[in-house]
Ligand binder design. Sequence first.
Ligand code: S3P
Length: 443
Amino acid sequence: MTHTPQPLLSHQSGPLSGDVTPPGDKSISHRAVMLGGIAEGTTTVRGLLEGEDVLCTIAALKVLGATVTREADVWRIVGTGLAGLKEPSGFLDMGNSGTAARLLIGLLAGRNFTSFFTGDASLRKRPMGRVITPLEPMGAQFVSRAGGKLPLAVTGAAMPQPVVYRLPVASAQVKSAVLFAGLSASGITTVIESAPTRDHSERMLRHFGATVTVAPTPDGAEAISVTGQPRLVGQSIIVPADISSAAFPMVAAALRLGSKVTLRNVGTNPRRDGLIRTLLEMGAKITLGNPREQSGEPVADLTIEGGVLKGITVPAARAPSMIDEYPVLAMAAACAEGTSRLCGLGELRVKESDRLALVADGLKACGAAVVIEGDDLIIHGNGQPPQGGATVETAMDHRIAMSFLVLGTATPKPVRIDDGSFIATSFPCFVALMNGLGANIRP
Ligand code: S3P
């Protein structure tokens, strides 16, 4: 997708109020399209995120042979069957999306043809070695740029071998890539993770008919196994609203005394709910109404009331359950009373941008007191929002852009971001939704 830089300015607003449904979950949307694309028969998806990242996955699955159409608000995917995927005749361009790239590389590592992957300037800087390492022993062959960067070519294994792979970093993308390659193997492929990461792949594989088991290991980790060559059958899926997108109105409301915002149908998977737990510990008023299950995922309606937040220490062990929410949590911490220490954020350096550096630099530019110590981010708040009045660099990163626009709803002087165009990768209606709640975000 081509992006024309789109500077945005967020002015201080009054309290936020309203009742809205944030867009569909990005992680679940990618997986629904991929598994629908390789299942036999038709999959229907409601609530699919129509952000650029997921549109890249849809475009790729079409090139690989699936039929994907939209009728009213329902996406219909006619799958190829795993064996029916066909060699793409051109590059698979994954745009800005690490999830699309890594999960599809995994899936195609088990198919015996050659696929060429590329992405935008942000994605081409991100490490793919972390999926190449476990996929090579399964029989896939790779040619990539130095350091395992895109563009890369993968020739899938003729006879994919099942492996047992222990994740060296807590990454749901790497776990999913290996499990997706394992679908083509004869036998059982196992991923061992010592920190629990989001389990949407496991849940959705089961939903489509695969056998996925989870067992504790003697050292307290978890072994997740998928039985190869399952018969995957088309399903009907309702995608919950994305808690990682809900995070922006959630924090904006929590920061402003007098706010009351309800966010409907939000995914509350216990491996994704770290931000809710953390905001509650900071003193935020959040209630979960009508908890229920939808297509194998827990969802609820969240109501957030504004108040005074206090600083907090977030342990490193919580990072996988809120890895995408640290930028916006940092905005809350900058407005809170007291010091916050967000620990173990090394993985933020390899997201769509170096989020650790950009959050620290942007907050400093807005007048907050921030230091990075090793992999920890320390933010000294005084109970008041920082001054604002700065232009923040966003480096093709949607979550950096939205986080600083949230900060601007509270700061006395407006916060300007250099480019809001990448917000369309995950939350195309962000500005309209936030302004509908009472924010004042303008070009
Ligand atoms: C994702 C996993 C996380 C997250 C990303 C989505 C997924 O990445 O940051 O936005 O859908 O599996 P890592 O696996 O690199 O932690």
